[in-house]
Design a binder for this molecule. Structure first.
Ligand SMILES: Nc1ncnc2c1ncn2[C@@H]1O[C@H](COP(=O)(O)OP(=O)(O)O)[C@@H](O)[C@H]1O
Ligand SMILES: [Mg+2]
Ligand SMILES: [Zn+2]
Length: 280
């Protein structure tokens, strides 16, 4: 049974766990790491003290590196997604089975490589699980609609790959989209919705007029393209300020700060546009 040996940093106030050994579950993919060194069936990872999320949370995410690797090897930086509570362990196991099962063929292109799920108990008896992934740069730090169009389309293509496997992502947002050297990976599959039959041909046609939802082949992708990504020309500036379009926007009252929808044109001078959000 493969073992994941995790060494935690000493410099975290309030953190008392120095090390733990977790056992790989059935579909562990640890052998993918063996080429970078270490012993067979045991991988040692040192956790980077700069944790990505709060280390004291019940589902912390850490960055780490192989402790015993060939000096010359370009070993990948690793991500350890932990579940420190039993109900979170179930979710993490579900996510791991997505990586190992229906999304396996997308590893390394649409989603990060997975090196398996590991479970065990800490010294205090606490059950933990850890999903070991390839680190893929950093999350998207801007709203999708402010990214270069080429990047938006690349992200849509990745999302389309998930749809083609029969799943809706379930939590599609900037924080679950990673970018490294311009290349994109999607993460966070604990809320996926199965049984999606996608008929979209993934021909997104950025800059063109809003296509008919019925002909697009997937209502979900159509909505992402329109609302989050804003790839179609209805959002171009000249139309945005057009009289007809103003009535379709959420408008913020300057005095109260409240967002309201209005068709009342006479009140318009006291309102400012709220970042051109479409009325849902
Ligand atoms: N493979 C990865 N590469 C780089 N960063 C990652 C990776 N997986 C997770 N992260 C970072 O950790 C954060 C939380 O991970 P995520 O899987 O989205 O967990 P949660 O279910 O807590 O949202 C992400 O927003 C991202 O910053
Ligand atoms: Mg997330
Ligand atoms: Zn779809």
């Amino acid at each position: 049974m493969p073992i994941l040996n995790v060494k935690f940093p000493d410099q975290w106030p309030g953190w008392s766990i120095k090390e733990c050994n977790l056992a790989g579950v059935a579909h562990s993919d640890m052998e993918k790491l063996s080429k970078y060194g270490g012993e067979q069936d045991i991988v040692s990872v040192s956790v980077d003290p700069r944790a990505i999320t709060d280390y004291y949370s019940d589902s912390p995410v850490f960055r780490g590196t192989l402790s015993r690797r060939h000096p010359m090897s370009k070993a990948p930086t690793l991500i350890m997604k932990f579940a420190m509570r039993e109900d979170f362990i179930e979710d993490l196991a579900q996510e791991a089975s997505m990586y190992a099962g229906p999304l396996k063929t997308l590893q390394g292109t649409t989603i990060p490589e997975s090196y398996g799920l590991y479970v065990g108990t800490l010294d205090d008896g606490q059950c933990v699980a850890c999903l070991l992934l390839e680190c893929w740069g950093d999350v998207i730090r801007k709203p999708f609609s402010q990214l270069p169009m080429q990047t938006r389309v690349r992200i849509l293509e990745r999302l389309g790959e998930i749809h083609k496997q029969g799943f809706l992502h379930g939590d599609f947002a900037e924080r679950n989209v990673l970018q490294k050297n311009g290349d994109i990976r999607l993460i966070d599959f604990d809320q996926v919705v199965p049984d999606h039959h996608c008929n979209c041909d993934m021909d997104f046609r950025p800059g063109e007029p809003l296509p008919d939802q019925k002909n697009f082949g997937c209502r979900h992708l159509w909505e992402v393209c329109r609302n989050e990504m804003r790839i179609w020309s209805e959002y171009s500036f000249p139309r945005l300020v057009g009289e007809r379009y103003l009535t379709l926007l959420r408008i913020r009252d300057e005095k109260t700060g409240k967002i309201k929808n209005t068709n009342n044109q006479s009140k318009r001078p006291t309102f400012v546009l709220d970042n051109a959000y479409p009325v849902s």
